[in-house]
Design a protein around this ligand. Structure first.
Ligand code: CA2
Length: 143
């Protein structure tokens, strides 16, 4: 059964607790439940992990090699800064879909640039937490 890693970065453990106008009301546990349910219906197993630490995210991407067919990644603010995450994604050569809950392009200018987008299969932003499910569907259809 092809497996997908849903990886969330810094502060996404706060989903559903604050700033609902930007990030909605679903908690990270809700998101992970929805992802697992979708995976089940698509015949994919879903592993979920969240960390606030850049190195732990790099380790998770490395560990995905040989275990997962692809990665759904919301790297949070590291999206805009982390060459280490970019190098990890290109290093493992797994298809990776960049996800953002909010429409980063409608927000502050510093959120408009992603250093990881060039090494990702694609980017989904602005569809709320449904973006994670869209990304899983994209990977399941074209692994
Ligand atoms: O829109 C997204 O998904 C982001 O990746 C979220 C990051 C932000 O730095 C990116 O620019 C866009 C921030 C995640 C913080 O999440 C919170 C959720 C609720 C309350 C406070 C923070």
């Amino acid at each position: 059964m092809p497996s997908i890693l849903v990886l969330n970065g810094p502060n996404l453990n706060l989903l559903g607790t604050r700033e609902p106008a930007i990030y909605g009301a679903d908690t990270l546990a809700d998101v992970e439940r929805r992802c697992r349910a979708l995976g089940e219906s698509l015949g994919s197993s879903i592993d979920c992990l969240q960390s606030n630490h850049e190195g732990a995210l790099v380790d998770a991407i490395h560990d995905a090699r040989g275990r997962h067919a692809g990665i759904v990644l919301n790297a949070g603010a590291y999206t805009h800064t982390s060459i280490a995450l970019r190098d990890a994604i290109s290093g493992v050569a797994l298809p990776c879909v960049e996800v953002h809950v909010s429409n980063v392009h409608a927000r502050e200018a510093f959120r408009h640039h992603s250093v990881i987008a060039p090494v990702c299969r694609g980017v989904i932003a602005g569809f709320g937490v449904a973006g994670y499910e869209l990304a899983i569907r994209a990977l399941a259809e074209d692994p």
